[in-house]
Every structure is written in structure tokens, then in C-alpha cells.
Design a protein around this ligand. Structure first.
Ligand SMILES: *Cc1c(COP(=O)(O)O)cnc(C)c1O
Length: 391
């Protein structure tokens, strides 16, 4: 959970600037797509690398009433340190045996349960307290990951209702997650939606009275209004990235990328033609040229798979990673230009200064934008700007 201040004294080696005004605008754009639904801001994995706590605060300022995390530790950190109003709800969904059940209940976190083992651990952990847990039951409607299989659902619902009648918990939600919402027209979308409706109806017939029913992630929030139910759970779109190129670019979707990753050039030097560059000499200068040293590497989340392909804006021009990306640094061929050491190299950002985007890096590395921003390493300070509520 980074909540870092800008480093003091001198130019920083590198920084990830996080534009919270952009995040707030993205939340408003997404809320306008789902006007009848509550908004859960997903801030797992340290807010997809953007800093969970400031992002949670900004999302709430823009109208989010729920925060979603994967792990209970993430949920506890949000509760303890984000300074959110007490009526903002926090849901976490990735539990393992021995998890901090009691701490989560005492911190007023809603817990997701997919299997009876979790209900048993939870009720055991509540012995001797008067706290009533808030539990959301997760259905596997076809993702094949977490969630309760349809055949096991009646048993899980019955067990949860027994605990509810015993005063140990309240079932506050019924929910599920899509496998292919980012592939428009994929047949699994309709199939998951019908099964979700049936599993919700079954639980309600047995006596569950959920506050919220929800299944929509970013792509579903953006493109599938019939999936919005009582609450939507966007992650990546809130950070301004398109969930998939097939759905359009950030700009097509009315979103603005929140993170700009940049570094200060550590060295600029002249080299002759035929000079090998970086480990393995996978790049050899085609003639006399200048090389710029960018002090970011795979330890900082710059994907090694983008060796030879990753784009960087230096001095107003797109350059390409020359040779291998190393742990801490990589090199760009500056083609004879001589920027000064300390000049900015922008790996990605919103794109309006002509810089590449996280999506460009995803394509260069054969991955998705989610991974590019989420893996930016702990060594890179997050610098949160536009934290104020205006805008
Ligand atoms: C990560 C996650 C989300 C958000 O997904 P995006 O594609 O980033 O919008 C929503 N729900 C669950 C269960 C998740 O794990």
C-alpha cells in the first residue's frame, strides 16, 4: 500500500505520476454508464499499481460507495488508513484458510464466501463476540475460478441462512464474475447472465435478502447495461485504460489514463557504429550515434519481453528500447540527438504530449495494459497529483 510523497532534493531517478483528477473523471464517466447502480471502486494490488489509498479516496470523492479488494489485508489497510467515511463499504473476496476473519469483521469489512469451509472458519472465529459478519455469496456462473458451482449452491445458501438465523451473519450480497465480458458477443456472456439470474432467484426463494447483486467488471460496465444490477465493480477503466483493444482506446471510451511513468536520463554518450548494446548484444549500432541510458528495468516493472520493442518519448521523439531490458536500466538509440542527462524519458502516459501509452507497452510486450501498470515496482515512487476535490 504505497502512499509515497515525492522524493525531496534533486531530480528523482524515476516516478509514476498519478493524476487523481483523471481518476475522478473516469469514475464519473463510468457512473454515468450505470446510473442505476452503486459504484464499487476496485483497488486490489495497490490500486493496480496506482496506490490503493489515494485512489480509494479519490473514487469516493467522485461518488463510489463501495471499495473492492482481493485480499483481506488490502481491505484492512483501506479501512485503517484511507480515512474513508464510515458508511463506505469494503468488500474483499480472496480468502484462504486461517485468514483474518475476526479482524475483518471487527473492521466492518464485507467478506465473500464461495465454499462452506469459509463459513465454518468465519463462524468459528466469531465465537465469543457479538459482531455480526456481513457475507456475500459468490457464484461461479462460468468463469471457472473462484465462486460456488451451481450444484453446490443450494447447500452453501442453506448453510449461510442457518448462520444468519443464528444471528452470526447477514448475507448482504450475491455476486459473480465474467470470463469474457471484454469479447463483445461472446456466447458465454449470455450464458453466465442467465445462470446468475437463476442462482440469485434460487437464493432469494430460500430466503436470502441481499442488499446488492452484482456481476459487472469494467467491460461489462462500459458495454453491457443488462449486467449492471445493483452495483458495478470497475477496476481497469477507473485507472483510464481500455479493458481490451477490441472495445476501443481509452479515448474512444471517454477515459483518461491516470498513470504517467517517466525517468531522468542517467547518461547520454556518443558511440561508434558496430557497438553492441546491453546484455547479449541483441542491438548493434548501425552507425555512429548517441545512446541514452534510462534508469528503469524489469525490477521496476518494465517488461523484459519488450526488449527491442518498447517505445519511449525522449526530446519529443519516439525511441525504441535498444537491446535487452536489464534489471535496473535500458538503453535507447537517440540517433545522434544529444539531450542532457536528467532530461525526461516518458515510457507511457495519457498520450497527449505524444508519449506512448500503457497499451503500446502491452502490445510491445505481448501482454495487457493491466499488467503494465500493476507491475510498476515498489522502487518507483508514486507521486499523486490533483488530490484536491475540485474537478
Ligand atoms: C479485478 C476484479 C474486478 C475488476 O476487473 P476490471 O476488469 O479491472 O474492471 C471486478 N471483480 C473482481 C472479482 C475482480 O477480481
Amino acid at each position: 500500500m504505497s502512499e509515497t510523497a515525492p522524493p525531496r532534493g534533486g531530480t528523482p531517478r524515476a516516478r509514476a505520476e498519478i493524476d487523481l483528477a483523471a481518476l475522478r473523471a473516469n469514475v464519473r464517466t463510468l457512473r454515468a454508464k450505470a446510473p442505476g447502480a452503486a459504484f464499487m471502486a476496485v483497488v486490489k494490488a495497490d490500486g493496480y499499481g496506482h496506490g490503493a489509498l489515494p485512489c480509494a479516496r479519490a473514487a469516493v470523492a467522485a461518488g463510489a460507495t463501495w471499495i473492492g479488494t482481493a485480499t483481506p489485508e488490502e481491505a484492512l489497510a483501506v479501512r485503517a488508513h484511507a480515512g474513508l467515511p464510515a458508511d463506505v463499504r469494503v468488500l474483499c473476496w480472496l480468502w484462504t484458510p486461517g485468514g483474518p476473519w475476526r479482524e475483518a469483521v471487527e473492521a466492518d469489512v464485507d467478506l465473500s464466501v464461495s465454499d462452506p469451509w469459509a463459513l465454518r472458519e468465519l463462524t468459528e472465529a466469531l465465537r465469543g463476540t457479538s459482531r455480526v459478519a456481513r457475507v456475500q455469496l459468490k457464484a461461479d456462473t462460468g468463469l471457472g475460478r473462484n465462486g460456488c458451482q451451481p450444484d453446490d449452491w443450494p447447500g452453501l445458501v442453506a448453510e449461510a441462512l442457518r448462520a444468519e438465523r443464528a444471528g452470526l451473519l447477514r448475507v448482504t450480497g450475491l455476486w459473480s464474475h465474467f470470463a469474457c465480458a471484454d469479447e463483445p458477443g461472446h456466447p458465454s456472456i449470455g450464458a453466465q447472465l442467465s445462470l446468475f439470474r437463476a442462482m440469485v432467484a434460487h437464493a432469494e426463494d430460500l430466503g436470502v435478502r441481499p442488499e446488492v447483486r452484482h456481476i459487472a467488471n469494467s467491460p461489462a460496465t462500459l458495454t453491457l447495461p443488462e449486467t449492471h444490477f445493483d452495483l458495478v465493480r470497475p477496476g481497469i477503466a477507473m485507472y483510464g485504460l481500455s479493458p481490451a483493444p477490441a472495445l476501443g482506446s481509452s479515448a474512444d471510451l471517454g477515459l483518461r489514463p491516470v498513470m504517467t511513468l517517466s525517468a531522468s536520463l542517467a547518461l547520454v554518450k556518443e558511440v561508434p557504429g558496430g557497438h553492441g548494446v546491453s546484455y547479449g548484444h541483441h542491438y548493434v549500432t548501425p552507425g555512429a550515434t548517441t545512446l541514452g541510458l534510462v534508469p528503469l528495468g524489469y525490477a521496476d516493472g518494465v517488461p523484459r519481453h519488450a526488449s527491442g520493442t518498447g517505445p519511449v518519448l525522449v526530446g519529443g521523439k519516439w525511441r525504441t528500447v535498444a537491446g535487452r531490458i536489464a534489471m535496473d536500466q535500458f538503453v535507447v538509440d537517440l540517433g545522434g540527438d544529444r539531450p542532457a542527462p536528467g532530461d525526461e524519458a516518458v515510457l507511457f502516459g495519457p498520450g497527449d504530449r505524444g508519449e506512448p501509452t500503457a497499451e503500446d507497452w502491452a502490445q510491445a510486450a505481448g501482454t495487457i495494459g493491466y499488467e503494465i501498470v500493476t507491475r510498476v515496482g515498489a522502487r518507483v515512487p508514486r507521486v499523486h497529483v490533483n488530490e484536491g476535490r475540485a474537478g
